[in-house]
Design a binder for this molecule. Structure first.
Ligand code: B16
Ligand code: MG
Length: 243
């Protein structure tokens, strides 16, 4: 993998009209604020083993940000005789996933997430979650962020899934922000495409795989510069409250 660009390096092909400081932020959830992407993987892996289809972390990358039904279609795409009852399989995967997220605690927030949310909140930046997951609200509850956002758009809140821009446009509307005022933080290729289709600045959180199309690449949310929103970098070490 190419090393992520330094914070603030803007991919020249993506440098468009909109420029910082931005007024709002829309966070993807799974894989950005909480490491639930791992639980999605483990639950899909269990289904794959059960129906005898090869599935590994590389293939799992294609499921990031993709709704449940479509994820299952990708999982079984190479099977000569796909299983008949896809709905039951998707429900079973979800049961295992829900069981796993039931054990989440605030300690499962990804490094830097709490600190960034606090700094943005203090800076009065409007904040939303834009997640493809129907379990997004349950996850936010578990990690203590149920009331941290001005708007939440989850797997029930859009017509067309990422890479369509709908989910982020809906979130921007709820924040009373124009697309050009919004930064999207995403870990999925489909999400970066959705953000760019919405006309927003896209920060890609790329751990192992490159994220083409992102305006700024970071390895974790801890690397995201507050200057994107015109805020000073702070020493957060003394701040302990929840966002
Ligand atoms: P659920 P995000 C996405 O959430 C996940 O990345 C993706 O792996 C999952 O299939 C999708 O939500 C649907 O989740 O089955 O819980 O409805 O990354 O958009 O926050
Ligand atoms: Mg994600």
């Amino acid at each position: 993998m190419k090393p992520p660009a330094q914070p603030w390096s803007v991919a020249s092909e993506n440098a468009g009209a909109s420029r910082p400081p931005y007024a709002a932020v829309i966070f993807d959830l799974d894989g950005v604020l909480v490491d639930t992407a791992e639980y999605h993987y483990l639950a899909w892996k269990r289904i794959a083993d059960e129906i005898g289809v090869p599935f590994d972390r590389r293939k799992n990358e294609r499921l990031r940000g993709v709704p449940r039904g479509r994820s299952l279609e990708i999982l079984i795409e190479d099977m000569p005789r796909p299983p008949a009852d896809l709905e039951t399989l998707a429900e079973r995967k979800n049961r295992w996933y829900v069981e796993m997220i039931g054990r989440l605690t605030p300690a499962d927030l990804l490094p830097g997430a709490e600190r960034l949310l606090l700094a943005l909140k203090r800076g009065k930046i409007r904040m939303a979650v834009g997640s493809s997951s129907k379990n997004a609200r349950a996850v936010l509850e578990r990690v203590g962020l149920a009331n941290a956002f001005d708007a939440i758009v989850d797997g029930y809140g859009f017509e067309r899934a990422k890479p369509a821009p709908d989910i982020f446009l809906n979130a921007a509307q709820l924040l009373d922000a124009t697309p050009a005022q919004c930064v999207v933080v995403e870990d999925a290729s489909a999400g970066i495409q959705a953000a760019k289709a919405a006309g927003m600045f896209a920060v890609g959180v790329a751990r192992d795989e490159p994220l083409p199309g992102a305006d700024l690449l970071v390895r974790s949310v801890a690397e995201i510069p507050l200057s994107l929103w015109g805020l000073p970098e702070e020493d957060h070490s003394s701040h302990r409250e929840r966002p």
